[in-house]
Design a protein around this ligand. Structure first.
Ligand code: 13P
Length: 251
């Protein structure tokens, strides 16, 4: 069976001002020129830039996403943003359950699942993040922790076509550390098996991204691992040259 089309998504986190639109334009133009090869490329800027970035990317193959959404469509939730608003702003993806939100905002698996459900209902594709901490890895619990997160954060009723899973070991985020290729292979095979159990044959086509210190220098090795269908890139997505150095692995 053919592997799903890879996705290389950039997560700008809490970075980016209007002045950053130059990097976005450079990424857009590079993707348009075929720089991401057979991969799909997406950028997830902060909420404040979603509409501007979506307008700048309109008509190009670069997809736009956001980094979070509320579980409700609208209402009295000061400071929150709904999936419908993101769709209205031109987004097609939204990250849910990033470890920084799980840690900073106490997001549980149940909250992540509700957010992903809202995203899918609004017509977005949810990029649901999972991953173990250093202590959990050292304690030999990584596979169990990720199993629990998948069971808790994904609804078996989600349409597989609107779902992406990102494996991001917490200890690899922003640290320059990465798991060995063998550990990535083991975890991604584990996630694939869980997705197939939950979604049947459609689980084969759900993209499983690796995230955590992906750089142009290590992208080929990490993206070459079986069941790795692309990357979720933090720091290296802020610079067009670095982001394209990663996406360019698929040329
Ligand atoms: P870094 O690529 O900066 O390690 O961040 C990974 C990440 O958290 C992407 O969501």
């Amino acid at each position: 069976m053919a592997a799903p089309r890879p996705l290389v998504a950039g997560n700008w986190k809490m970075n980016g001002l209007k002045a950053s639109l130059g990097e976005l334009e450079a990424i857009r133009d590079a993707v348009k020129a075929g720089g991401a090869g057979r991969a799909e490329a997406a950028l997830c800027p902060p909420f404040t830039l979603v509409a501007a970035v979506a307008a700048a990317a309109e008509g190009s193959p670069l997809a736009i996403g956001a980094q979070d959404c509320h579980a409700k469509v609208s209402g009295a939730h000061t400071g929150d943003i709904s999936a419908q608003m993101l769709k209205d702003s031109g987004a097609t993806y939204v990250i849910t359950g990033h470890s920084e939100r799980r840690a900073d905002h106490g997001e549980t698996d149940a909250i992540v699942r509700a957010k992903a459900a809202a995203a899918i209902k609004a017509g977005l594709t949810a990029i649901v993040c999972v991953g173990e901490t250093k202590d959990e890895r050292v304690g030999g619990k990584a596979l169990d922790v990720v199993s629990g997160q998948i069971e808790g954060s994904l609804d078996p009723d989600f349409p597989a076509t609107n779902l992406v899973v990102a494996y991001e070991p917490v200890w690899a985020i922003g640290t320059g550390l990465t798991p060995t290729a063998a550990d990535v292979a083991e975890m991604h095979a584990h996630i694939r098996a869980k997705l197939e159990k939950t979604y049947g044959r459609k689980g084969v086509d759900i993209r499983i991204l690796y995230g955590g210190s992906v750089k142009p220098e290590n992208a080929a090795e990490l993206m070459g691992v079986k069941n790795v269908d692309g990357a979720l890139v933090g720091g290296a997505s802020l610079k067009a040259k670095d982001f394209m150095g990663i996406a360019g692995v698929y040329k």
